[in-house]
Ligand binder design. Structure first.
Ligand code: BG6
Length: 482
């Protein structure tokens, strides 16, 4: 067995996709609460206010707000050592910039952390998971504005001050690099950046990179605060890591794959781990005519607020071609250069399934940073139903997870310092990119459907018992490791 003692096995979630209770306990409106359901290609829209005839998936989501005790008891039954969740910024500061925090919101998370602690489950807490207060979006243009750094800092320091004895592992921003993804606009504009002026306007990469810079500064400030005030805390970054493969061994393909991987998957980690912008980013900005406004103190702030550990999500790899004669049929995430990888299968939502790619990513990241690593999201979205026998037989999920865990095992044997793995997701929740319920990731089924109906009852899928066994034996059974 290669998994170290104390390895943090568990499951993950995000408040805007899971919590619900969007207007309860004094919570304010978040951008996510203004994004209606549907899919990227159909009716998903950001509306300026809540409209009566639309369905907003975040409003109820799968109702962790009222089910947290039941759900955490289920996590304990599965043997979870860790539970990754996020705090809803607007539950703590309803407008994002209020002078004082909302007591009811703070008390809710006390109850959640206490429930985790009761079962010996380590909470891993994301401070902002696709979560920008709507008020900050409206008045300040979200992260497009430098002022938001101070509001975020106030919010994060309140969290550290309040919960430092209950929560050791923190993550400043979920998938911070999605701020610059030019497609999937709901994600990167509405959820990650919260910039209302972007909506219905031509895309503006200059503003996206400036918004990202503000997030870097905000992240570094709160990391430094945690280090000064509470040295036992571990504060990490979180990157959507998608390795790029060259479609052929032609040097132009190899070069393109490296360049795209640098700017998409490595850039943000480089800034947050080393405390400065990497050389290749400066060239990229110059080539594309972007100029990032640095305040005089920013370089120093970035240097002083480097992260303690590195976390990432891993769902897929991408394949790129520099050859204009090759048909670009690849994942939409990548724009013009993506080609389907002929060696891999895809999920229903066109993600290339690539367990070996996870071992490659783990080795690459560890080689670059030599920091403890955590995979805080990995899993498969499937449209699934309850079978005639009343059960959910998700053997495909077991296969998917088993293959990825086998590669993690090998990466640890390679020498990678991997300290945790939280699957996406513990419980069925709303999809971030498409707003769908039918794209299910959980090992626990929730009776909730795209039209908003359902009893919200929980049911363990077959993968629940399988994962329970993996955790109990701290890794895979012998016959599953290949
Ligand atoms: C990651 C996000 O991008 O992938 C999650 O951090 C998200 O919030 C997950 O849910 C899966 O993506 P999706 O769009 O299928 O929900």
């Amino acid at each position: 067995m290669s998994f170290p003692k104390g390895f943090l096995w568990g499951g993950a979630s995000a408040a805007n996709q899971y919590e619900g209770g969007y207007n309860e306990g004094g919570k304010g409106l978040a951008c996510a609460d203004l994004i209606s359901g549907g899919s990227l290609t159909t009716s998903r829209q950001i509306t300026p206010t809540i409209e009566e005839d639309r369905l907003y998936p975040s409003h109820e989501a799968t109702d962790f707000y009222h089910h947290y005790e039941e759900d955490i008891a289920l996590f304990a039954e599965a043997g979870f050592k860790a539970f990754r969740m996020s705090i809803n910024w607007t539950r703590i500061f309803p407008n994002g910039n209020d002078e004082t925090p909302n007591d009811a919101g703070l008390a809710f998370y006390d109850r959640v952390f206490d429930a985790c602690r009761k079962y010996g489950i380590e909470p891993i807490v994301t401070i902002a998971h696709f979560d920008v207060p709507a008020h900050l979006s409206e008045v300040y243009n979200g992260w497009g504005s430098r002022e938001v750094i101070d509001f975020y800092t106030r919010y994060a320091t309140v969290l550290f001050d309040r919960y430092h004895e209950k929560v050791k592992y923190w993550i400043t921003f979920n998938e911070i690099n999605t701020a610059t993804l030019s497609i999937g606009n709901f994600l990167s504009l509405g959820l990650q950046v919260g910039a209302s002026s972007f909506i219905d306007q031509p895309d503006n990469m200059q503003l996206r990179y400036q918004a990202l810079h503000h997030q870097f500064v905000a992240s570094a400030k709160v990391v430094a605060y945690a280090h000064e005030q509470f040295p036992a805390l571990q504060v990490g970054c979180m990157i959507s890591y998608m390795p790029r493969y060259p479609y052929t061994c032609h040097p132009n393909d190899v070069l393109l794959a490296k360049q795209e991987e640098n700017m998409h998957s490595k850039f943000c980690g480089d800034v947050q781990v080393t405390g400065k912008y990497p050389y290749y980013a400066k060239k990229y900005f110059a080539d594309n005519g972007f100029s990032i406004a640095f305040a005089p103190e920013d370089q120093d702030i970035l240097a002083k607020g480097t992260v303690d550990y590195y976390t990432f999500s891993y769902y897929l790899t991408l394949c790129v071609s520099a050859d204009e004669n090759v048909t670009k049929n690849g994942h939409s995430m990548i724009g013009g250069s993506g080609v389907n990888n002929p060696y891999l299968e895809q999920t229903e939502w066109n993600a290339m399934i690539d367990p070996v790619g996870l071992r490659i990513a783990l080795n690459d990241i560890y080689d670059r940073y030599q920091l403890p690593l955590m995979i805080v999201e990995n899993g498969i979205g499937v449209s699934e139903e309850v079978a005639a026998d009343g059960q959910i037989h998700d053997q495909y999920r077991i296969d998917y997870l088993q293959k990825h865990i086998a590669e993690m095992d090998k990466a640890i044997e390679d020498g990678v310092d991997l300290i945790g793995y939280t699957i996406w997701s513990a419980v069925d929740i709303v999809s971030a990119s498409t707003g769908e319920m039918k794209k299910r990731y959980g090992i626990i089924f929730v009776d909730k459907y795209d039209d908003g109906t359902g009893t919200l009852a929980r049911k363990k899928k077959d993968s629940f018992a399988w994962y329970q066994q993996v955790i109990e034996q701290n890794g895979l059974a012998k016959n599953e490791t290949k």
